[in-house]
Design a protein around this ligand. Structure first.
Ligand code: NAD
Ligand code: AHE
Ligand code: ZN
Length: 370
């Protein structure tokens, strides 16, 4: 079949909207009509060329929601008409990783996924002249139709609106999951969140759900204050307005350092500040942000010797087929909010404008509606 897609033809160039060929689903695969997709900073990061795994030409996008159109041979858990959210962290429920409760990082198709291919080592997308186009994070939601492995789809309730629940495909789950699954924040905790964008705001609402007492938000952009306050931030710090040492300022503000800190910027300098503003003896710092090729984190080992813990999280530690339907329920039951964070919607033709807004810090989440 043919479908419309925004193709990343080359690093650093705007996406090009075009008709592409899409082969049908092979064994264990599913054809999905994408109804809506969010724009995550990770898509922009990969498009910039900073992602060591970034390959071109590719169809980016990993925060979608849609409807099953066709299932390939052997697919048993999904049928035509099911509503689904694509999962860049699949859940096969059989691999060594899925069988270990300590991780959500299913590895059953990770190597082909990282090469932009389906598990059989081929791509379903091509240009009209036959040039192959690669998949991205196993999802490629910047196409109106896409093919995914069955294990990379969460089946969700049919009354949930696509234009909102697409955000659960990455940002919502990552932010809330970092608090609930990875840090396991306790009631009454103190916390600092660095970066109050599409991920950081969801860390805030996760902290509010977990019952944290003091929730400090840190961002260079003062325009984030209003939304962050709405999602639970109790104190705001703009590092560019702090005189003297930022770590010392945050340690003083939190009465000795925070119980939990979260980096949602992708800046390795910020990651160090986050670690060092965690409380001596027990503070834990969670890296969510994705840093460019070649970037490295550093701190004095003494920071860890004296009891701080540095950890990271992918997809908020969520097991997608199990946890994502539940997060959709939380949204439908009013336990979490999504709508105010979707500040801009657009058609596929305007997707580059959506990234311009993100780059300028003017949007929280842009969502493409097909
Ligand atoms: P975003 O652009 O919406 O938000 C980033 C925020 O960080 C902005 O508000 C910006 O003003 C702020 N910021 C930038 N530099 C800063 C600095 N030095 N100090 C303080 N604040 C600063 O991006 P997003 O979609 O929220 O994504 C955030 C990060 O999380 C990205 O690196 C993204 O790739 C990553 N991410 C990781 C996962 C995961 O599973 N680990 C999932 C999704 C996104
Ligand atoms: N490919 C990059 C790293 C990109 C990365 O860390 N991706 C996160 C999800 S970001 C979603 O917005 C992730 O889940 N990583 C785990 C994985 O297996 O990819 C690099 O540096 O090579
Ligand atoms: Zn993302």
């Amino acid at each position: 079949m043919r479908t419309r897609a925004a193709v990343a033809v080359e690093a650093g160039k705007p996406l090009e909207i075009m008709e592409v060929n899409l082969d049908g689903p092979k064994a264990g695969e599913v054809l999905v009509e994408i109804k809506a997709t969010g724009l995550c900073h990770t898509d922009l990061f990969t498009l910039s060329g900073a992602d060591p795994e970034g390959l071109f030409p590719a169809i980016l996008g990993h925060e979608g929601a849609g409807v099953v159109v066709e299932v390939g041979p052997g697919v048993t858990s999904l049928q035509v008409g099911d509503h689904v959210i694509p999962l860049y962290t699949p859940e096969c429920r059989e691999c060594e990783y899925c069988l270990n409760p300590k991780t959500n990082l299913c590895q059953s198709i990770r190597s082909t996924q990282g090469q932009g291919l389906m598990p059989d080592g081929t791509s379903r997308f091509s240009m009209l002249d036959g040039t192959p186009i690669l998949h991205y994070m196993g999802c490629s939601t910047f196409a109106n139709h896409t093919v995914l492995p069955e294990i990379a789809l969460a089946k969700v309730r049919k009354d949930a609106p696509f234009d909102k629940i697409c955000y659960i495909g990455c940002g919502v789950t990552t932010g809330i999951g970092a608090v609930i699954n990875t840090a396991k924040v306790e009631i009454g905790s103190t916390a600092i969140v660095f970066g109050l964008g599409g991920i950081g705001l969801n860390v805030l609402q996760g902290l509010r759900m977990a019952g944290a007492d003091q929730i400090v938000g840190v961002d260079l952009n003062d325009s984030k204050i209003e939304m962050a306050t709405r999602f639970g931030m109790t104190h705001f710090v703009n590092p560019s307005k702090v005189e003297g040492d930022l770590v010392a300022h945050l340690v003083e503000l939190t009465g000795g350092g925070a119980d939990y800190t979260f980096d949602a910027t992708g800046n390795v300098g910020v990651m160090r500040t986050a670690l060092e503003s965690a409380h001596k003896g027990w503070g834990e710092s969670v890296i969510i942000g994705v840093a460019p090729a070649g970037a490295e984190i550093s701190t004095r080992p003494f920071q860890l010797v004296t009891g701080r813990v540095w950890r990271g999280t992918a997809f908020g530690g969520a097991r997608g087929r199990t946890d994502v339907p539940q997060i959709v329920d939380w949204y439908m039951d009013g336990k979490i909010e999504i709508d105010p964070m979707i500040t801009h919607t657009m058609g596929l033709d305007d997707i580059n404008k959506g990234f311009d807004l993100m780059h300028a810090g003017e949007s929280i989440r842009g969502v493409v509606l097909y």
